[in-house]
Design a protein around this ligand. Sequence first.
Ligand SMILES: Nc1ncnc2c1ncn2[C@@H]1O[C@H](COP(=O)(O)OP(=O)(O)OP(=O)(O)O)[C@@H](O)[C@H]1O
Length: 588
Amino acid sequence: MKATSPLKQAYGRFKAIIFATVIFSFFSNLLMFVGPLYMLQVYDRVLASRNEFTLLMITGIAVAMLVTYGFLEFIRSKMLVRAGLQFDDMLANPAFNRVVRKQLLAPNSGAHATLQDVDRVREFLTGQGILAFFDAPWVPLFLALVFAFHPWLGLVATIGALIIFALALTNEFATRGLLQEAGTANAGAAHFVNTTVQNAEVIRALGMEKPLTNRWLKQHDSVLDAQAKASGRAGAIMASTKFVRMSLQIAILGMGAYLAIQQQISPGIMIAASIVMGRALAPVEQAVGQWKQFVAARQSHKRLTEIFETLGDEEQRMQLPAPKGNLVVQNLIASAPGSKKPILKGISFNVAQGEVLAVIGPSGSGKSTLVRHLVGAMQPQSGAVRLEGVELHHWDSDQLGRYMGYMPQDVKLFRGTVSENISRFIDNVEDKEIVAAATLSGAHEMIATLSDGYDTDVGDGGNGLSGGQRQRVGLARAVFREPSLIVLDEPNSNLDAHGEQALANCIQEMKKRGKTVILVTHKANLLALSDKALMLVNGQIEKFGPTREIFAQAQQQAAAQQDQQKKEAAAAGAGSPAVVSMTDKPRA
Ligand SMILES: Nc1ncnc2c1ncn2[C@@H]1O[C@H](COP(=O)(O)OP(=O)(O)OP(=O)(O)O)[C@@H](O)[C@H]1O
């Protein structure tokens, strides 16, 4: 049986609260009759009989009922606020989980908007908008009361309610498409701004402000355009609604006065009918006023339903024994998120515990794509990556993270202190564990020179540190708690000689401790530390085996190539041949 999604569970919990609120609404709506009934009694009884005691009595009863009404309203709104908190509580974690997963699957889909969608739906469900819907079922009751006063009065009120309802429907059809269009365009424009301002340096340095502003303005204009059209139409409908509403007031009083002249009703009933009709129309009018929020919430609900339907709950995985670091890759075929075109075209190799594997290859050959699969950040199109014989996606992701060290090409630190970044933001980590990781990665001395040492705030994305410092903190984070498998993507791209030496020492030490290390590099000194080398060319393995053998082979090939070139040059009587070396960065 398919498990109920957290979204459905949250709505389910909300249903119970809504049911209770509807019951409250029933009583508070009944108590709304107090005003008109009091009016009726005063006009028809007190004024006619001039009895002060009756006036005192009915005033006392009316006040007591109004106090009860206020109390019920208070409870009703309190219940909704509590329901909102519960709704958020039930969805915050699952929604965040989906944001991360969707971002991995479709990086440009603006997954973060999911959290705003939760807020928007919650705000609607707990705000004024929903109250109008709760009060709507009592509209017939109020109309029935007006009918009870006199059928002609009932008819006027009912026709009025129908006209206002028809205007509400017209509003829906006239603005739905436009509001949706504006919502989508707005999300696109916001995403564009978010992603663009992150590159503010480049924008300023390369004078790109104007063209990028123009691009944003185009999107922004289409938001304004759709919003202005929708507001124009909604405004016209709102004005018509007001006109109808005020005309109705006159119509019902006019009709009441006519009936009073005909002595079919008393003047008290005339006034009471006007008040009751006002109550009957209020929820309809309120719904018209809340329409924009309703449409936005409905759009958010649609997006939430879609993301929760496409990304179910992650299965609870069994905790497996700690992996040793034996990695097997079987016929791995992989493509970019949302694309079918393979980047990796059937990769198979294995690395045993304690081995160091160097991945080399020209730019764009698929090295980073491969390492993203080795750490489980991307899922294969087909084939498998197994750690200790178990496919990566069968591991519990939290447990897998505990045994995995990863440093991407672009290190990506998070807003927080150096020590929080090294300890992966895990709570209650002992200082000595953080210092151990920094010492192992050779970053301890460098961190000591920072303004606040381990407590230095690294800023958004680690921007408060230099590229080299970021890389060294990133390495400390990768080796935190000595994972079994450490994957480093070009770990030395920003390091000075001292940093490179620290990196080489760290790799050697991890190997000594029986950890498996996979690194993408072209540096001769790091290649020299590796047991195996894998050369990727155009998404396929060109060479794989013990590093020495591969390099011996390459040197032989290079020598043979040189001989050949020399011979050709001698034959052509031309200049000296080019020198090819495997230690050169083999970029295309
Ligand atoms: N998100 C993506 N969408 C589409 N194509 C992608 C994506 N990521 C990578 N690619 C493509 O996959 C290929 C391999 O990219 P990858 O980053 O794995 O190469 P690489 O060997 O690590 O390159 P470099 O040495 O320059 O870092 C490239 O042709 C790249 O254009």
